[in-house]
Every structure is written in structure tokens, then in C-alpha cells.
Write a protein that binds this ligand. Structure first.
Ligand SMILES: Nc1ncnc2c1ncn2[C@@H]1O[C@H](COP(=O)(O)OP(=O)(O)OP(=O)(O)O)[C@@H](O)[C@H]1O
Length: 779
């Protein structure tokens, strides 16, 4: 790393001034343009509506309206474009660029200077680049090379040459505040400065300091599946978001933000990452949680437990009867073996076992379930289930028509007709007149009018029945799913290779009990939806082109395969850290092996990130000793305090240590301090105990965002986010004594950026006991 000479500094500031002036000029030009266009659109819209009211039935008016609509949307497009450019210029005004490379192409005699910023900027004539977009092919030089031989891939082919300068800037309000020439990767000093700052309730973009290994993730477009396995704080989420921005730039003519979906762990995380793309001048992709998707698909048919309640159960109910069996059930139902069991079950249902509901109307059976079943099994047995269901639906709709005619003669219809008002009679009368006019026949007016009204009434009353049929409500999916557990032998008969868990009978029993009592366990929700899709036909989404799964360690193998089928035309980017796996799903997905199986090895690329940027070196030295293989995690060299451990005798002592920590950390200037508890239950109890002493906010599963301040939060909701300082509420043996709790504890500790205080009551947990004592202070 080299400091820059004074003269160069002056030259560089002069350039910034020139560019800033150019930006100001362009903003002024555009300002007039934007407001003029806006006024134009407003005036156009007003006239447009006046024209519409003239005469809509006239063909000439219609053609002219169509033309005007086109003109209007063209103007709106131009306005939107100008508005977007304006916003970009406003962003560039304060900090036009952050990097520079001087590059001498092999065939040239003079090197060119390439300045990198969050968007491209041309000079007045629109000929010369003043700033290159960080995503442009040439910008890759900055991220991938140090001074020396370098090359990049332009649309015309590979361009090779020599990089003579690589410089970084920190520019605030158009003033250079720091500047470095760097020789290795993207300078430590700039990164130090960025990482040393206080946390924010919103994640920031990292374009100025993207590291080479992160750039590989961002620009990777070759495979169907990109898997990123990275240590806590290694920049997986950051890389994922910059990758979205990169894809939107690279495929700007064909890819829209709404064709990219990000599955994230919870609402708060969604809000935490939601400003990164707008900051880069891009629209946000679609963000959802898997839970949200399940509610959207199943919400109306099924009540099911939410994942956080399942989590609370796994952490809190260890001593309850049936715990071991439930855990085994959770793991099995998350596995690919269970998916295969369902596939075999589906094959079996093709021959027997389908269950239907009567189609009813006003407590009367219109088409009995038995008849539907007979019809279903009368279709060609080689037809797939969804095809047979489609035929069945058509048939049922025809049946409904016949039933409707029968229904018209019933007394209730007669009564409804009596109650109709004058308008309805008038309508029937006019309809009849029309019919007579067209057919030239005469009718017995009285009967036909009544018939018409009866038809209309039955039609209206049958509407929900028709809709129900179209929505396949006559297929009794809940009972078909239940049937799989009703007799434990059924599954053994259909699994040829006997891959059932040992306590399958108990799993069946508790599943049935839960289904009959209060909806289903969370672990049943995805398999249930899968079964539904296999029977009714997959509601695949063919518009989405890229699916991102963050915190992927907590997705089950079942869910991965399911998501793949759901988005058949999409590439997938999966980011996770298997050391932060806090849900207990199937054991198989604890390795990358299953992900290889998703698209096959050839179509899969796996990138591992071992450098961790979030926490200080001291915190990482402590946290990496908590997990197996942690020595592979490399801390970024940012110094800080070594973690503090505080031991208390009893609960009062613990509370007082936590309160002291809060005060100390506040005094050290930290703005966001999280007291991390193990569960929601512990969080709310601790909140009650502390609220008289400290002004804090309780974070619950429904919390949609967080602000700076003191927070109290269960560990599983804190994953993916970070805080200036973390206080672990009770890291005792009692709370984190089981091996399965190691990763939860690790995840909680790795949320700290600058300071970590670990409090515990009584004996410390076994994971800390294995940490070298020189990595912490015990108080
Ligand atoms: N290249 C970088 N430049 C600047 N900051 C970075 C860089 N890479 C990561 N960071 C910062 O490190 C922190 C952790 O990044 P991020 O949350 O993306 O990591 P992660 O791998 O998703 O972490 P976890 O798995 O623990 O949730 C963030 O504050 C992020 O801004």
C-alpha cells in the first residue's frame, strides 16, 4: 500500500472537481427536461380523459385513443428514464467514483485511465467515459488484478495488457478524504475504514471494496447452480446482492428485477437488505421467506405451525414425551427419501387410494365422492394424475350443468323468483324479446321468463360450487396426506428399500394426532404442498430466471428439490454456512453433496469463502474456536477488544452483569447493542427483567425491521444480521449444553462486529471450555 504524493493528490482533486462540475451541469440540464416532461404527461393525461368521454363506441375515436395511449406510454417511459438518470447523477454528485486503474493494452503505446463508480458517466459530448460502471467488463481489472499483467473479457474477446496503477479513493461531498495506491487486493486500509464503522439497521453496498473471491461469485454466470459456502461474516449476503445488481446490468435488455427471487430467513432480514440495490440505482428483486410462500399457497386450505414455533419446540421441549420421535420425524420429512416415498405413493395412487369429497350444494350431494372415484379410475391408467384430474374436472363441470337444470325446478328457486325485484323481471323480459327477435319464434312468455330467471338464480348460486371444482376442492388432499400415516405399514409396503426411520410408527401416530387436532406440523407443510402439486399439477413459475437462497443451511433437501421444480427456468444461487445450521432438518443436507445432486456436478459450481470481514480479529479468534474446522476461517486484520466473559452465581447476578455490559458498551460509543437470548421465551422473560433498568426493544418473529439502540432478540432471529456489540445473555451449560446447540451459540456470537460480551450463570458451556483461554477475558 502506498501513500500518494501531494502533487498527485492535487491533480486528483482537480479531476474530481471537473467531474463534479460536469455532473452538476448535467443535473441542471436534466432538471428542466424532467419537469417539462412531467407537465407534458399531466396535460396529456387530462386531455386524454376528456377525449375518452367524447364517444367510446365510435371506431375512429377508439383508434385515435389507442394511438394516444401509445404516445402516452412512450412519454412515460422517457420520463422514467430521465428520472432514473437524475437519481443516479444525484448519487454520483457526492462521490463520483471510488477506484481507478491505468491500463496499457498490449497493442497500445499509451495507457488509459479507467475510473470506477456506481454508474457510468460520459462527458458533455457523450463520447468519453468520465466514470465506468463497476459492472462493466473493463472494471473487472480492478477487482481481479494487482498492478502487472492483467486482462479482461470484452464483448469482442479477451483484452490483455498491463495494469500500471490501481488506486482507491474515499470521496465525500466531492472532496477526496483518503486515497491509496494498492498493490495486492483491494486495499486493507479502505476496507479497515469501512469495516471499522458503526453498524446500521440497513446493509450497505460493498462495490468499492469487493474482494477477488467475492467477485467470482458476483460475476459467475456459467452454471445452473452456484453454491457459496462461506464462514460467518465472509460477505455471502453482500456478494449475493451485488450479484443481483451485476445480473441486472449484464442482462439489462432481457432481465427485470421481478424475475429474480430472493428467499431470506425472516421479515427483519428482508428489511435489513432492502436498501442495497436502490443504493446502486437498481430496483429490488422479489423478496420472500419460504414460510411466506407456504402461507400464500396453503393458507386457505391448511393451518400449519410456523417455523419459529417448530424452532422453539426443538430448543425448549427436550424433556417432553415424544421429543425424540418428533425430531426424527422432522429430519425424515426434510429428506429426499421422504420425497421419494411421496413419489412412490403418487404412483400407487394412480392405481388405488385416491380420496375425494362429495360435490354438494345446500347440504345435498350433487356428485358423490364414490362416483368421482369410479370415474377417476375409469380413465386410462397410463395417464398421469394431473391429466386425469383435468379430465375429471371437465366431467364434473358438465355434470354440474345437468344438475343445474334439475335444480331449476326446485321449490327454493321458485321462492327466490318470488322475491326478485322489478329490474330482474325487466331483464328477463328484455332477454326474451332479444331471443324472439333473433329466432323469430314465439314463446309461452310466462314459462320462458320464469325459466330464464330460474337459470340465472341457479347459475349465481352454483358459482362457488363451480369455482370449487375448478380449484380441485373435490380432491381430498388433506385426507390423502393423512392416509400415508394412517397405517404405518403402507409406507413400508411402498418403500422398496426400507428407508424408514426406526420410530416410523410413532411418527405416524403423532402426525395423525396433530392433523386431527390443530393443523399440521411445520415439517409437513412442504411435503403436503408437494403432494398437492403432484396430484393437481405443478404450478411452476416460468418467468423467474434467478432464484437466490440465503441462509441456505436452514433449508432442507426436500425444500431445495421443491424450489427447483417450482422455478424450472431459473438458475439458482445458494449461499450458506453449514456451521450456522440452526434448524435440525435432515442430516444429509449438512453437506454439499445433496446440492450437487440438484443439477448434477457438471452444472454446479461451489465457491468457498474463508475470510471473515464482520468481526474484529479478536472476536473471530474466539468464535472460530467454538466450531469444528474453525481454524480454516481467516480473520480480516481489524483490531479490537478481546471478548469478555462474565460469570454470575445466580439470576440476579446475571441480570446485573448484563446491565453493566450494556452501560459499558454504550459508554464505548456503540449504537446498536444486541442482547441475544437462546429462545423467544428467554428473550421475553429477560426483557421483563431488564426493562426497568435499560431502555430496550424486544425483537419477535413478527418484527419487520430494527433500528439502532438496545435490542433483545432470540438467536435464531439474529441470523444474517449484525450489531456493533453483542451480549450473550446466558451462555451457561444449562442453556447450551447439547451438541446440537453448538451452532446456535456460534451463530449468536458471530453477530458481533466490534465487541462481544458473553455472560453466563453457573457453569460455562462446553463449547467455550474448549476455546483457548487467551482469546477471552474472564471477569
Ligand atoms: N468486500 C467487502 N467490503 C466491505 N465490507 C464487506 C465486504 N465483505 C463483507 N463485508 C461486510 O462484512 C459484513 C458481513 O457481510 P455479510 O452479512 O454479507 O456476510 P455473510 O457471509 O452473509 O454473514 P453471515 O453468514 O454471518 O450472516 C457486512 O457488514 C458487510 O458489509
Amino acid at each position: 500500500m502506498m501513500r500518494i504524493k501531494y502533487e498527485s493528490w492535487v491533480d486528483e482533486q482537480e479531476r474530481v472537481d471537473r467531474v463534479a462540475l460536469e455532473i452538476v451541469t448535467q443535473i441542471a440540464d436534466l432538471e428542466g427536461d424532467v419537469s417539462e416532461r412531467k407537465l407534458e404527461i399531466v396535460a396529456f393525461r387530462r386531455n386524454f380523459w376528456e377525449d375518452v368521454s367524447v364517444n367510446v363506441d365510435d371506431a375512429g375515436t377508439y383508434a385515435s385513443l389507442k394511438q394516444q395511449t401509445e404516445v402516452l406510454s412512450e412519454r412515460e417511459r422517457t420520463y422514467r428514464h430521465a428520472h432514473k438518470t437524475m437519481k443516479t447523477l444525484m448519487r454520483l454528485k457526492h462521490s463520483p467514483y471510488f477506484g481507478r486503474v491505468d491500463f496499457l493494452e498490449d497493442c497500445d503505446s499509451e495507457s488509459s485511465q479507467v475510473y470506477l463508480g456506481i454508474a457510468s458517466l460520459f462527458d458533455e459530448e457523450g463520447i468519453q467515459f468520465l466514470v465506468h460502471d463497476w459492472r462493466a467488463p473493463i472494471s473487472n481489472l480492478y477487482y481481479d488484478y494487482s498492478p502487472g499483467p492483467a486482462q479482461y473479457e470484452a464483448p469482442s474477446g479477451v483484452i490483455a495488457g498491463e495494469m500500471t496503477v490501481k488506486r482507491q479513493y474515499m470521496i465525500r461531498d466531492a472532496q477526496i478524504t483518503s486515497m491509496f495506491d494498492t498493490s495486492v487486493t483491494i486495499g486493507d486500509e479502505l476496507l479497515q475504514e469501512v469495516l471499522g464503522k458503526q453498524s446500521n439497521s440497513q446493509m450497505k453496498s460493498i462495490v468499492a471494496t469487493i474482494q477477488r473471491e467475492q467477485n467470482l461469485i458476483i460475476r459467475n454466470v456459467s452454471r445452473q447452480l452456484l453454491v457459496v459456502q462461506g464462514a460467518a461474516g465472509s460477505g455471502k449476503t453482500s456478494a449475493a446482492l451485488q450479484r443481483v445488481a451485476y445480473l441486472l446490468y449484464r442482462y439489462r435488455d432481457t432481465l427485470r428485477a421481478d424475475q429474480i427471487v430472493l428467499f431470506s430467513p425472516n421479515q427483519m432480514f428482508n428489511s435489513y437488505v432492502s436498501t442495497v440495490l436502490p443504493e446502486l440505482g437498481e430496483e429490488n428483486m422479489e423478496q420472500t421467506t419460504f414460510q411466506e410462500y407456504l402461507v400464500h399457497r396453503l393458507g386457505e386450505t391448511m393451518l400449519f405451525e410456523d417455523p419459529f414455533n417448530q424452532m422453539e419446540y426443538t430448543l425448549e421441549a427436550v424433556d417432553e414425551a415424544g421429543y425424540v420421535e418428533r425430531i426424527e420425524g422432522i429430519q425424515f420429512k426434510a429428506s429426499v427419501e421422504f420425497m421419494q416415498l411421496i413419489d412412490r405413493y403418487i404412483a400407487q395412487l394412480g392405481k388405488e387410494g385416491m380420496l375425494f369429497k362429495d360435490v354438494t350444494f345446500r347440504d345435498e350431494v350433487l356428485v358423490p365422492a364414490e362416483r368421482i372415484k369410479e370415474k377417476f379410475y375409469a380413465y386410462e391408467s397410463t395417464l398421469r394424475l394431473p391429466n386425469r384430474i383435468a379430465l375429471l374436472t371437465e366431467w364434473l363441470l358438465q355434470e354440474l350443468k345437468i344438475k343445474a337444470t334439475e335444480e331449476m325446478a326446485k321449490l327454493w328457486v321458485e321462492e327466490e323468483i318470488e322475491l326478485l325485484d322489478k329490474e330482474e323481471y325487466m331483464w328477463a323480459f328484455k332477454e326474451l324479446q332479444k331471443k324472439q327477435h333473433f329466432s323469430g319464434k314465439t314463446f309461452d312468455d310466462d314459462i320462458s321468463e320464469r325459466g330464464l330467471l330460474a337459470q340465472k338464480i341457479v347459475d349465481v348460486y352454483f358459482k362457488p360450487v363451480r369455482l370449487g371444482i375448478k380449484q380441485f376442492q373435490y380432491v381430498n388432499i388433506p385426507l390423502i396426506y393423512r392416509q400415508l400415516f394412517d397405517d404405518p405399514k403402507l409406507a413400508s409396503q411402498i418403500t422398496a428399500n426400507n428407508k424408514l426411520p426406526n420410530c416410523w410408527s410413532e411418527i405416524c401416530e403423532s402426525t395423525i394426532e396433530q392433523l386431527d387436532q390443530s393443523g399440521m406440523f411445520y415439517e409437513d407443510a412442504t411435503p403436503f404442498l408437494y403432494l398437492t402439486e403432484c396430484i393437481e399439477g405443478f404450478q411452476a413459475n416460468n418467468t423467474v430466471r434467478h432464484v437466490f437462497i440465503d441462509e441456505a443451511q436452514d433449508f432442507s433437501t426436500f425444500q431445495f428439490f421443491f424450489i427447483k421444480r417450482l422455478f424450472p427456468r431459473s438458475k439458482m444461487t445458494v449461499l450458506g454456512d453449514w456451521n450456522q445450521r440452526i434448524f435440525i432438518h435432515d442430516m444429509a443436507s449438512a453437506s454439499l453433496g445433496t446440492l450437487n445432486a440438484l443439477y448434477g456436478e457438471k452444472d454446479t459450481e461451489i465457491i468457498t469463502l474463508t475470510r471473515s470481514y464482520r468481526s474484529t480479529q479478536q472476536i473471530i479468534e474466539f468464535t472460530r474456536a467454538l466450531i469444528e474446522g474453525g481454524e480454516a476461517i481467516e480473520p480480516f486484520n481489524r483490531e479490537g477488544n478481546i471478548p469478555t466473559l462474565k460469570q454470575a452465581e445466580d439470576i440476579e447476578g446475571l441480570i446485573s452483569k448484563v446491565v453493566d455490559s450494556v452501560y459499558d458498551l454504550q459508554a464505548a460509543g456503540h449504537r446498536t447493542i444486541a442482547v441475544i437470548c437462546k429462545t423467544a421465551k428467554e428473550s421475553s422473560e429477560t426483557y421483563d427483567a431488564l426493562k426497568g433498568m435499560v431502555n430496550m426493544r424486544l425483537i419477535e418473529k413478527e418484527t419487520a425491521s430494527f433500528q439502532s439502540g438496545i435490542l433483545i432478540i432470540p438467536a435464531y432471529l439474529a441470523k444474517g444480521v449484525e450489531f456493533d456489540a453483542v451480549i450473550i445473555y446466558d451462555a451457561s451449560h444449562m442453556q447450551y449444553g447439547r451438541e446440537s446447540e453448538r451452532k446456535l451459540f456460534y451463530t449468536a456470537c458471530t453477530r458481533a462486529m466490534h465487541d462481544l460480551h458473553v455472560c453466563f450463570k453457573g457453569e460455562m458451556n462446553p463449547f467455550i471450555r474448549s476455546v483457548p483461554t487467551q482469546t477471552y477475558h474472564l471477569k
